[in-house]
Structure formats: C-alpha cells, structure tokens
Ligand binder design. Sequence first.
Ligand SMILES: [Zn+2]
Ligand SMILES: [Zn+2]
Length: 254
Amino acid sequence: MKKEGKLKKNMAAMALALALLLTTLIACSADSASDEDTEETAVTELHAAFSAFNSDATTIFLDGSNVVIETTGLPDHETVYWGEGNALYKEEPDVDRTPSIMSSNNNATTITVDATPNLTGSTVSTQLNTIGIAVSGASIFNDQEGGGPLNQAAASLDWTGAHIGPGVYHYHLEPKAFTDDDENLVGILLDGVFLYGRKCTSTGTYPTDLDSSGGHTTATQYTDGEEEYHYHIINELYSTTGSYLAFAGPYQGY
Ligand SMILES: [Zn+2]
Ligand SMILES: [Zn+2]
C-alpha cells in the first residue's frame, strides 16, 4: 500500500512536470521551425560526456528532447591560427596558412541535436560546414574542402588537424590536441552520437567491430557500464597527411 501511494505521488509529479513542459513547448512553438521531435520522450539529465567539454567556450543545455550546444568556437589549445601575439599562438612554419586567423573571425556556432540518437538503421550523408562540436569548443568538419576532397587543402592544416577559412576554425583530422591514439572523447556530431578517439575504452585498443561510419555499441567511460552506440576515429591514415580523418560519415543517428 505504501508503495502504491509513493507511485501515485511520483505519477502526480510527472504529470505536473509534463504539464510544465507542454506549457514551455507551446510558448516556444512560435519560434520553432519544426515540431517533429515533440513526440519523443523528454530527457531530464545531460549525458555525462558533456562534462568533458570546454566550459569557457560552450554552453550546453537540454531543450525537451534536444540538446543545444552553443559555442564561441574558440578552442582551449595552441595553434598557429590564433595569430601572433595571442597567448595560445604556436609557431608552425610548415603550415601553409590560410589568410584568416582566429581573432579576425566570428567562430560562434550553435547546434541542436537529439538527446537520444535515432538509430533506426537509415544513414544520412555529412555536408560541408559544421558536422559536430569538439570538446575544445571548435567545430568538426568532414573529409571535404569547398566541395572537393580535403587533401588539396591539407597543407593548411595545423598540428591538430585543423584550419580556418572564411568560416569557423575546424578540425578535419584526428585533433591531436585532445586525442592522440587514445580513447578520449572527441566531441558530439549533429546526429547526437558521440565521437571518440581511435581506441575504445571497452577494450583499451582499436575496435575491430566498427560499421562503415566507425560506430559500434559498447560501454564508454561516460556510460557507467551501459552499452551505447558511439563513433570512433577510424584507424586508417588519410591520404598523405600522416593522420586520420575525424569523421567522414555517414551519420547513423538521424
Ligand atoms: Zn576545412
Ligand atoms: Zn567504442
């Protein structure tokens, strides 16, 4: 009997929470472009992996069944692209620098992703521009550069596989500033799936069961023993760069 009473209380609390949520959703619907996500269950807690993100650059919060990631796009590591005089400027004489530097560009980006990726088996190609946000706060791009293959622009990539163009500073290759042949978290992609380094914490080595996107389902350092689908940087050298593509797609979680 006692248990039942508690259950009823919980249900009443949930109903109240739902009513509040609905009120919020209705209030927000005027500036919401799509209502396709409203059928999904609201998530009540941010994924533990978000604790690894650079809090100076990013603001991350739940919005119903979505996670919103706002970032200044400014990474917390050294690169030649900060420009001389900056505390994080790194001299990289071999980098064929683009005309843009960090301090002259607006790197800010906001992405909204599903808090629970939609892993139904259908895949979606990645596009030019931001395909995810790294733990450093900067953007992740795919294997394309201005509609062509990346290797034509490879000379402008800095020590951590990134460069800056007319748009934001972004990584194409394994971002060695925070993952270098290890199992560290790299970031989150637009389909809501987390991307990790070349090794997996579940085995401590290169996974051998990856799908074509570099994904598989195991526990990670942020899932408390629960199995969860995630991507890895695929352990195959890209072109003549001597490094590894961050993510070429396709997305599995849209
Ligand atoms: Zn690029
Ligand atoms: Zn893994």
